[in-house]
Design a protein around this ligand. Structure first.
Ligand code: ADP
Ligand code: MG
Length: 378
């Protein structure tokens, strides 16, 4: 019996019907543009969240997480609606609600994605539960539908206005590839992302900083982009070129202008990065990553001193590119580095953090991994 099956048995007194897994993610480039109908280029990391589930004969939902001391939360499925008070379990209950689950179920969660580090433990949790429910109740949703339903859960049930990228890559990623996702129509394309054979590596630097407990800053950025779209009569930032935006500068506020400049520029950087990857031009990839960070720092203003320090120190140590990833205000940065320089890069970042008296960062590397899957089924 696997570790998660044992935890399920210990917690609920029965064996689970099936176990599903879904990974966290790192976005190589394309930050804060999923909700602007842009392109993003994330890959799944090896760390993932497991959901073991079992059908019940009644209407009770019992749910526990190994990261929350296995404490069982019990609710009636009929009460699972937005507005129901709760804590972490809302991420899972929101998925039951958005998928239209109507019968009782036991759910055991065991997550290996660092929580709140910008690696999307929330999407890993949602997607592991969604994959498990889809198979447990033979619901027949395809991956695009599951991406929309898990996003809906986080938006409308948990109340976080996230885009669709995290859930899409957690569900659809393929090992050895990054996933180019067109956030307008959810079409995807696997982009070979073979850093290893080029002697390169992606270093993930978890700054352990968390400057925003709520997503107010995120909502404000998103609202700026939507306001620019309304004023310029386009559906989203995707439809604008930099020339269009500059021409309309007097119709929008300065803040709206710089927010939109990030979105419009970032869409182009993702497409340029796909071109660079197609010819394995990693120097160009590094350059684009650096430009992305500058734009997030200066135009979108979602960086923070710890993220800027991680980026500056890794570049000073010889990284080819480095930027903050995820929503910002803390969380993680990535650096594209020569594999032979991993130790010296880590050392340089540690020193820079110590010098500034920041909490010590955590480091890990990851290769592009597989998306959500069923691990076992009885
Ligand atoms: P991120 O997605 O970047 O990790 P979020 O704040 O969006 O950060 O999501 C983290 C939240 O998701 C946690 O605070 C918790 O409520 C929930 N969560 C994620 N994974 C787990 C888990 N394994 N067990 C319990 N809650 C989890
Ligand atoms: Mg999240």
């Amino acid at each position: 019996m696997s570790a998660i099956e044992e935890k399920f048995l210990k917690t609920f007194g029965e064996e689970p019907d099936l176990v599903a897994a879904a990974p966290g993610r790192v976005n190589l480039i394309g930050e804060h543009i999923d909700y602007s109908e842009g392109f993003v280029l994330p890959f799944a990391i090896k760390d993932r969240t497991l959901a073991a589930v079992r059908k019940r004969g009644d209407s009770s939902v019992r749910i526990a997480s190994a990261q929350r001391r296995n404490k069982i939360v019990t609710v009636d499925i009929a009460d699972v609606k937005p507005g129901l008070k709760g804590e972490w379990e809302r991420y899972a209950l929101g998925v039951l609600w958005s998928m239209g689950v109507t019968s009782g179920v036991d759910i055991m969660i065991d997550g290996h994605v660092p929580l709140g580090a910008g690696l999307s433990s929330s999407a890993a949790l949602e997607c592991s539960v969604a994959t498990a429910m889809n198979h447990l109740f033979d619901m027949g949703f395809n991956l695009e539908e599951l991406a929309r339903l898990t996003q809906k859960a986080e938006n409308q049930y948990v109340g976080v206005p996230c885009g669709i990228m995290d859930q899409s890559v957690s569900l659809m990623a393929t090992q050895g590839f990054a996933l180019l996702l067109d956030c307008r129509d959810l079409s995807t394309r696997n982009i070979p992302f073979d850093v290893a054979s080029h002697g390169l590596e992606l270093l993930i630097i978890d700054t352990q900083a968390h400057h925003a407990l709520t997503d107010g800053g995120y909502a404000e950025r998103r609202a700026s982009c939507e306001s620019v779209a309304a004023k310029l009569r386009v559906k989203s930032m995707r439809e604008l070129t930099m020339t269009d935006l500059d021409a309309a500068r007097d119709q929008i506020t300065h803040t709206e202008y710089i927010r939109a400049r990030h979105a419009v520029g970032e869409v182009k950087r993702v497409l340029d990065c796909v071109d660079a990857l197609s010819i394995a031009d990693f120097a160009k990839v590094g350059e684009l990553i650096n430009q992305s960070h500058v734009s997030l720092r200066d135009d979108y203003t979602v960086s923070c001193p710890e993220l800027d320090t991680a980026v500056e120190a890794s570049l000073a140590a010889g990284a080819m590119g480095s930027r903050m990833v995820g929503g910002g205000f803390g969380g993680s940065a990535i650096a594209l580095i020569k594999a032979s320089q991993t130790a010296q890069t880590i050392h340089a970042v540690e020193n820079a953090f110590a010098y500034k008296k920041f909490k010590a960062p955590r480091f890990f590397t990851s290769l592009p991994s597989q998306g959500a899957e069923i691990l076992s089924r009885r």
